[in-house]
Design a protein around this ligand. Structure first.
Ligand code: 9WN
Length: 448
């Protein structure tokens, strides 16, 4: 079968299955061999969304295994470490075993990632036979409720429905231009300043294991990576405890992110549906917070254009740095029809986002734009998936179909890379990347 853009979809399905089999660890999947040998939270959610078309049972296991990492306070960590792959930068950075409430006998990170568990759970449950579905939901839903409770209890200190993030890794969009700016403001210790001043960034290449596998121009600068470690160490020193971190907001990266909150809002809605389907009551205060969340997001948006930017928690300053996050409110479903229309117009602007292989993680006319550098320009299949889902729900079927077809074309043309040039579709980052493969399968299934 071929798509409108001429892609032979059966070849893509075969390629995607090969990648998922290669990265399979029994009941869960690594994002990619070598570079990413652990289990990541939102990766496993995206992976299960594609994997359910091959085996709904295996997709269910992928999500259930994430729950082994949940902390007693409800936090879902962004990484669960595989013991045999412990590296200096992984295990000692978090030292989770020293933090009360972390899971016993398992090392995890101390921060979270975009909350897509409800979405993934619903999609997988829909394909399970009735009896298995019920058992699956009975294990997943109470845990997801505890997770959303943690998000609103610990990360919404002003009780306005907007949750805070403490680290760029929590956004999933690590070096997105918006986060790099924020990070540089608060996490530039003297030694990093000196490194930048003397431009000796590349002398410290030995500190990195990513650039052993992927060329340096496809990853972030060493000084920015050191800032990420610096931020993580600061959080660890405060036991990842929100109360202690919020005591000195000026000293930390603390942002109200449009993309994370948009994902949370949509997942709140799905969680409420899931809970109802198994006759589980959500706590009243949580339902109230869900209602506030949509309004909370409005605070970050221009009511006329529907354009939303993140806010710095300390200064309360909205930072107008355009990135892929601009389109996440489409996924949240909080925009009016008029606002959505304006945003779709922005999406289709040929000088910024509507490039030959949309949608780039940063617009072409941004000073940060680089077609190869991680979240500063390349097109990623996971953000495309979220945008396609939002566009469909707003009735933009043609645009949604176009982005889905171009995403499938990327995999046919270049393979299952982590990210792709939005200009010529060349693949960059890790090869044989699991969520790219999984979401290519889901896009094919959505279209044919
Ligand atoms: C840090 C695993 C993860 C993704 C993130 C992506 C990248 C990690 C890294 O890889 O982040 O969490 O080592 O750079 O930015 O979205 O979940 O694929």
């Amino acid at each position: 079968m071929t798509t409108k853009v001429g892609v032979e979809t059966y070849k893509v399905l075969e390629e995607a299955k090969r990648v998922l089999i290669k990265n399979n660890q029994g009941e869960w999947t690594i994002p990619a061999g070598g570079l990413y040998p652990h289990q990541w939270l939102w990766d496993s959610c995206f992976i299960s969304i594609g994997l359910r078309h091959i085996s709904p049972q295996r997709a269910a296991a992928e999500l259930q295994l994430l729950l082994r990492g949940q902390w007693t306070n409800g936090m879902m960590p962004h990484m669960i470490f595989t013991p045999e792959h412990f590296k200096l930068d992984d295990s000692s950075l978090w030292s989770s075993k020293n933090i009360p409430g972390s899971p016993i006998g398992l090392a995890t990170s101390g921060i979270t990632q975009p909350p897509l568990l409800a979405e993934a759970t619903q999609r997988v449950a829909d394909l399970l036979p009735l009896r298995e579905r019920k058992a699956f939901l009975l294990t997943m839903v109470p845990a997801i409720i505890r997770y959303h409770e943690w998000l609103y209890r610990e990360r919404d200190p002003e009780a306005n429905g907007l949750v805070l993030l403490f680290h760029p890794w929590e956004t999933g969009l690590d070096n997105s231009p918006a986060w790099i700016e924020e990070l540089r403001k608060v996490h530039t210790p003297h030694w990093v300043k000196l490194m930048d001043l003397l431009a000796i960034d590349r002398w410290f290449k030995w500190l990195r294991r990513d650039t052993l596998r992927v060329p340096a121009d496809q990853r972030m600068k060493t000084s920015d990576l050191l800032r990420l470690y610096h931020a993580a160490m600061d959080l660890r020193r405060r036991g990842f405890d929100a109360t202690r971190i919020l005591r000195h907001p000026r000293r930390h990266f603390i942002v109200e992110s449009v993309s994370f909150n948009s994902i949370l809002i949509r997942n709140n809605q799905i969680l409420a549906e899931l809970a109802e389907s198994i006759r589980l009551d959500l706590p009243g205060w949580l339902i109230e917070r869900f209602k506030l969340a949509a309004k909370g997001l409005d605070v970050l948006c221009d009511p006329k254009t529907g354009v939303c930017y993140h806010r710095n928690f300390d200064t309360k300053q909205i930072e107008e740095e355009p990135t892929i996050s601009l389109f996440m409110p489409l996924y949240a479903g909080t925009l009016s029809k008029k606002q959505a229309e304006q945003l779709v117009r922005k999406l289709k602007d040929k000088d910024s986002f509507w490039l030959p292989y949309p949608v780039p993680s940063a617009p072409k006319n941004s000073q940060y734009f680089s077609e190869k550098r991680y979240w500063q320009g390349p097109t990623w299949l996971n953000t495309n998936w979220l945008i396609v889902d939002g566009l469909k729900r707003y009735g933009y079927t043609e645009e949604a179909r176009y982005i889905a077809e171009k995403s499938i074309e990327l995999v046919e043309k270049s393979g299952s890379y982590e990210y792709f040039s939005p200009l010529d579709g060349k693949g960059y980052g890790a090869n044989d990347f699991s969520w790219t493969a999984a979401l290519a399968i889901d896009f094919v299934k959505q279209l044919y």
